[in-house]
Design a protein around this ligand. Structure first.
Ligand SMILES: *[C@@H]1O[C@H](CO)[C@@H](O)[C@H](O)[C@H]1NC(C)=O
Ligand SMILES: *[C@@H]1O[C@H](CO)[C@@H](O)[C@H](O)[C@H]1NC(C)=O
Ligand SMILES: *[C@@H]1O[C@H](CO)[C@@H](O)[C@H](O)[C@H]1NC(C)=O
Ligand SMILES: *[C@@H]1O[C@H](CO)[C@@H](O)[C@H](O)[C@H]1NC(C)=O
Ligand SMILES: *[C@@H]1O[C@H](CO)[C@@H](O)[C@H](O)[C@H]1NC(C)=O
Ligand SMILES: *[C@@H]1O[C@H](CO)[C@@H](O)[C@H](O)[C@H]1NC(C)=O
Ligand SMILES: [Zn+2]
Length: 341
């Protein structure tokens, strides 16, 4: 696949300046989580982040996307995704050993930073960063194209959206959520979060959301993150490229495609918010009440494992080795420079 960063850079003016799960998606996930965390978790986060405002999680939800573009933070770029080497739409799946390379991935990162938020022997600055990464990565892992290898997470699949030339990754991150909400400001995110919280507690997600914390176990952050990754990756086969890559390549996707995708996007943002709240409760308190008084997630106790066991090595097929080389050549970004998410 001849797809080079240099080509992308020359296209910069054509790419929407809106930061991508864009600012709107990440801020919305954070606001939903703020609605569901326990009082103790809220106090803990406000103190660690030194922010007592009513946007204390949302205010740091996109920090990780700025930090990755600094020299100091460049190492964290590959931690925003896991490139599942599956075969959509025929087969979707994520395999930790096959898909998480030496430099790490979103699953290993969630495990690492989960273990670095509370310990007294981690510096204050590093604990703050760890919390900001966990807030951000719980959002990213719910975007189907952050858990898929195909054409560098869809970055190499050209499409148009309302007549604008862009790519499949970008419309899932930003164009489609922004079309639904009509903007990407903090107040847009607050309003969208309010709607989704209503749907979770007493609306269209009230029933489904009772299963959203299944498989969550603070003592096994890798297994927990893999449940979320598998869940999001399944939508690559059913909603992102259900009829294959060729069916979307070069197409205008604002119509029927959007109508079906936006249903998945709304639900994934809602899930991410519920799961982030529960995960933070588990980190801070060792238990979570979940949301809406369902009362799941109790009884894990405090004291989760430190970090995670080193993953084994998988034997990669030639095309998988090539796909990984192409991703690395792309520069570890999930999109063009200036297209942060
Ligand atoms: C916390 O924030 C306040 C104002 O927002 C600032 O004056 C203070 O220096 C901050 N403290 C730390 C430890 O960063
Ligand atoms: C965990 O995070 C720290 C701080 O960013 C980093 O130095 C370390 O290499 C990470 N460990 C693993 C195993 O990813
Ligand atoms: C912090 O202490 C734990 C043991 O309580 C140890 O396993 C871990 O390596 C220490 N971390 C750092 C960053 O020193
Ligand atoms: C995608 O679009 C860019 C710019 O329009 C072009 O350079 C590139 O070759 C296209 N890629 C494919 C796979 O068509
Ligand atoms: C779609 O594009 C047209 C023409 O550029 C513009 O007027 C309209 O506002 C756009 N619609 C959306 C939803 O962005
Ligand atoms: C939730 O499930 C109950 C009982 O099965 C059903 O009566 C109700 O209509 C469902 N609500 C929604 C929003 O699907
Ligand atoms: Zn990201």
């Amino acid at each position: 696949m001849a797809f080079h960063k240099a080509t992308l850079l020359s296209l910069l003016p054509l790419i929407s300046p809106s930061v991508a799960w864009g600012t709107l998606g990440h801020d919305t996930v954070a606001f939903i989580a703020q609605s569901f965390v326990s009082k103790k978790t809220a106090s803990f986060a406000k103190a660690l982040l030194n922010d007592s405002s009513d946007a204390y999680l949302a205010n740091v939800a996109t920090w990780a996307d700025s930090y990755r573009y600094t020299a100091e933070g460049a190492f964290s770029s590959p931690l925003h995704y896991i490139d599942a080497l599956d075969d959509p739409p025929a087969e979707c799946n994520v395999d930790y050993e096959r898909d998480c390379p030496e430099e790490g991935c979103i699953v290993s990162a969630i495990a690492n930073y989960t273990a670095r938020i509370t310990p007294a022997n981690v510096s204050l600055v590093e604990r703050q960063k760890a919390l900001k990464w966990v807030i951000h990565f719980l959002g990213d892992i719910h975007q189907p194209l952050h858990v898929e290898n195909l054409e560098i997470g869809g970055n190499g699949i050209n499409v148009t959206f309302n007549g604008t030339a862009t790519n499949l990754h970008h419309i899932w991150d930003s164009n489609m959520p922004e079309k639904l909400i009509g903007g990407y400001s903090l107040s847009d995110a607050r309003a969208w979060a309010g709607e989704l919280v209503g749907a979770i507690t007493a609306g269209k997600y009230a029933n489904a959301s009772s299963t959203w914390l299944n498989g969550i176990d603070i003592k096994d952050p890798v297994a927990s993150a893999m449940v979320w990754a598998q869940d999001a990756n399944s939508y690559v086969c059913t909603a992102v490229v259900p009829k294959g890559q060729e069916a979307v390549e070069g197409k205008e996707l604002q119509g029927e495609y959007y109508d079906e995708a936006i249903v998945v996007i709304q639900q994934q943002i809602a899930k991410a918010g519920v799961r982030l709240a529960a995960w933070l409760d588990l980190i801070v308190e060792g238990k979570t009440g979940g949301h809406g008084g369902h009362g799941y997630g109790h009884g894990y106790g405090h004291g989760y494992g430190h970090g995670y066991a080193k993953r084994g090595e998988a034997k990669l097929e030639d095309w998988m080795v090539e796909a990984r080389r192409v991703r690395r050549a792309f520069g570890y970004n999930c999109g063009a420079e200036g297209h942060q998410h």
